[in-house]
Every structure is written in C-alpha cells, then in structure tokens.
Design a protein around this ligand. Structure first.
Ligand code: ADP
Ligand code: X2W
Length: 298
C-alpha cells in the first residue's frame, strides 16, 4: 500500500484539529448574531447557512439572532419615511416601527429561515414578541451623558427562554428577530446585538458570536485597520465611550454578555466565507474576542 499523499494528510490534520473543540462544545448553546451587513452577498449567505447547519450536526445548539439595518433603511426610503440614528440606535417613530417589524419579522426572518432550511427542517422563526421571549421598556439614548428620546426603542428587561429551549431540545435552530413586547402594550425596536447578548446570557451560552462587515474591532478606526485580537471586559469598558456609533451597541453587547456570565464573545467578519466554522473549530484566532477580566466574570 502506498503512503497517503500530503494533501490527504493535511485534510486529516484539519479534521482532527476540530476534535478538542467538538469535545468542548458538544451539547452547548452558541448564540450567533447575523448582522444585516453580513447578509447581502448570496454566496456568503449560503456559506453562513452551511456553517450553522454544520454546527448543529456537530452537536452544538446554535441560536440565530438576526439584524436587518440596511434592509430596514431600504424599506423606509421606499416609503419616503426619514430615518436617523442616535448613538448607534435608530430613532423609531410609530410609523417607522411598523416598517421595522414588517421587515425584520416578515422579511429578513423568513429569508434566514429559508436559507437554513435548504439543508433540512431545522430553522424555526420567532419574533421576540412570541411566547414573551423579549420584554422591553422604552430606552432613551445617552448623548454626552444626557438622555435623548429616540421613540419606540426598547431596552430588554426580561427574557423568557422557555420556547427557545423547547426548540433546541427538539433539535431545531431558533431564528429570532429583535422586536420586543412591552408590558405597556407597545412593540419595541431593539438593536439586534443587544438582543443577542441578552439571549446569550439567559440561555447560558458558551459563546456569543457577532457577524458583521469588518474584520473585528479596529484599534483606531477610521485612522488604521489594525484589529484588536483580544481584550478583557475592563479594557472594553474603558474603550466603549470613545467608539464610533456602529460599534457602540455591538461592543456594548459583548461587554454585557461576558459580564453576564458568557465565557467569551467574538466579533467576526461575516464577509469571510465560513468565518463561523473557523472561529468555533480551529486554532485560528480571527476577529476580536472579549474575555472576562481576571478575578471574576466581569
Ligand atoms: N472601532 C471600530 N472598529 C470596527 N468598525 C467600526 C469601528 N467604529 C465604527 N465602525 C463601523 O461599524 C460598522 C459595523 O456596525 P453596523 O453597521 O451596525 O453593522 P451590522 O449591520 O453588522 O450590525 C462597521 O462597518 C464600521 O463602519
Ligand atoms: C434600535 C435599533 O437600532 N434597531 C435596529 C434593529 C436591526 C439591527 O440591529 O440590525 P443590524 O444588526 O443589521 O444593524 C434597527 O432599527 O436598525
């Protein structure tokens, strides 16, 4: 018998590299935030779905929380509704809220469910309103230390994960829109990064993974594209006030998740095919990883 060729051995090496990670993450819940900017290219959308289904077959319990900022912008523009952001959050009038809900729950959620279910009957879509999954209260934005009213934007005050756990126990992949109910009868627009963090904490996830359209957190954006590989929650808390708008909810979510007990949070480049698999199953350090500061989960 001839010796196996180099490329065959390299394939075996790649597969076996995944073993420690398979052992570590088997049966564990991973919350993946799929950002609106990461879902624009069809080939990347397909590779995202493949990765999620791969995770599921590998024995993890993936939960998807999707965004849809660019898709909401397009729908608002089409309807001639003006839209602006304050501190990274959409100023949400009642008129805009109707569009946000329609786009997130009726359009983007359906698209992500359909994408995953090309591989089998896995994905089940939910709005945060379903089974009282997410309850929110009206939240002002903080600008220069002062609260500013930004309409129907919610801060999550309660998470009831029963329905999500049932789906996971049934081997499904929950796909969740970041729209929340309020005890006051209102519907709230919640930033999807924030919703993902709250769910990761409530589900005792081993990881929060945020897929976006940059390589990670840039140290000195927009001056340089040097990515911060790793930082602690204390370091992140110091950086947070100086970050520019788009990154504020994202890094705030990573901080909230890790301070809430999630062992690690990652910001990954959704434009890199299979970045999810690379992050979970290989030794490659990609994107930015947030870890607890020494001396406890904070
Ligand atoms: N320090 C930073 N590091 C990386 N990206 C940054 C930074 N500050 C601002 N950004 C911007 O934030 C954007 C990502 O946020 P956002 O547009 O909300 O993405 P998503 O739709 O994935 O949630 C990046 O495309 C980049 O333009
Ligand atoms: C309050 C708030 O800003 N909500 C977001 C919800 C969608 C979202 O977060 O989408 P991305 O992750 O693609 O940015 C919005 O209206 O755009």
């Amino acid at each position: 018998m001839s010796a196996p060729r180099g490329h065959v051995l390299a394939k075996a090496a790649t597969l076996i590299e995944a073993l420690p990670w398979l052992e570590r993450f088997h049966g564990k819940t991973v919350v993946i935030k799929y950002g609106g900017h990461a879902m624009t290219d069809e080939a990347l959308r397909r590779s995202f779905a493949e990765d999620v289904v791969f995770l599921r077959y590998a024995g993890l319990r993936p939960v998807i929380v999707h965004g849809g900022g660019p898709q909401i912008n397009a729908a608002l523009e089409k309807q001639g509704i003006e839209s602006s952001f304050t501190a990274g959050l959409r100023v949400t009038t009642p008129e805009a809220m109707e569009v946000v809900r329609m786009v997130l729950v009726g359009q983007v959620n359906r698209d992500v469910v359909g994408l995953i279910n090309r591989h089998g009957a896995f994905a089940v879509g939910m709005s945060g309103e379903d089974a009282n999954l997410l309850t929110a209260e009206r939240k002002p934005a903080i600008v220069d230390g002062e609260p500013v009213d930004i309409g129907q934007v919610g801060e999550i005050v309660e998470v009831q994960v029963g329905a999500v756990r049932s789906l996971l126990d049934d081997a499904r992949i929950p796909v969740i829109s970041s729209v929340a109910r309020g005890d006051d009868g209102e519907v709230y627009n919640v930033n999807a990064d924030t919703a993902a963090a709250a769910l990761a904490v409530a589900l005792d996830a081993v990881k929060l993974i945020v897929l976006t359209d940059v390589e990670g957190l840039y140290a000195d954006w927009p001056e340089s594209d040097e990515v911060i590989d790793e930082l602690t929650t204390d370091e992140l808390a110091k950086l947070l006030p100086d970050l520019s708008a788009g990154m504020v909810p994202k890094m705030g979510a990573c901080l909230q998740a890790v301070r809430g007990g999630v062992p690690q949070a990652h910001v990954l480049d959704g434009r890199v095919p299979h970045s999810l698999l690379l992050e979970v199953f290989t030794d490659e350090g990609i994107g930015t990883m947030v870890l607890p500061s020494r001396g406890g989960a904070s």
